[in-house]
Ligand binder design. Structure first.
Ligand SMILES: [Zn+2]
Length: 133
């Protein structure tokens, strides 16, 4: 249902969909024994697969971006630090003070990376900082 709605909105508004490529970081992440975390991760990958499948059928472009630091990076000033993400749900930049829900901020970073990769970033300086970061 989520995948279907996402693809429908993208198609209706003439947009693409940006997803984090988590395959590259799997090896670096400390294995967790928490069963819920494993299940959440499985669901996330399933969702990504559904989105890609439905997007392809609908002619909606899907861009996969590097997932590194998307939760630690400030989309405003480019400052990256582990403690920018001060809790599971909260983001607060230690440099410029930008604050917001952690998932939302990470989503902005994913979007910016996707835009940079296709050359449609409107804020090239900070997007590039993030891409290099
Ligand atoms: Zn900042």
């Amino acid at each position: 249902m989520i995948a279907k709605n996402l693809v429908a909105v993208a198609q209706r508004t003439g947009r693409g969909i940006a997803l984090e490529d988590l395959s590259g970081i799997r090896g670096r992440v400390r294995p967790r024994r928490n069963q819920r975390a494993v299940h959440a991760s499985w669901s996330f990958h399933q969702l990504g697969a559904f989105i890609e499948y439905k997007a392809r059928r609908a002619g909606v472009r899907v861009i996969t971006v590097d997932a590194r630091f998307t939760s630690q990076l400030c989309p405003d000033c480019g400052y990256t630090a582990r403690n920018n993400r001060f809790s599971r749900d909260g983001f607060g930049c230690r440099m410029c003070g930008l604050a917001g829900p952690a998932d939302h901020v990470a989503g902005i970073n994913v979007r910016n990376r996707a835009r940079l990769s296709v050359g449609t970033c409107q804020r090239a300086r900070t997007c590039r900082l993030k891409a290099d970061g």
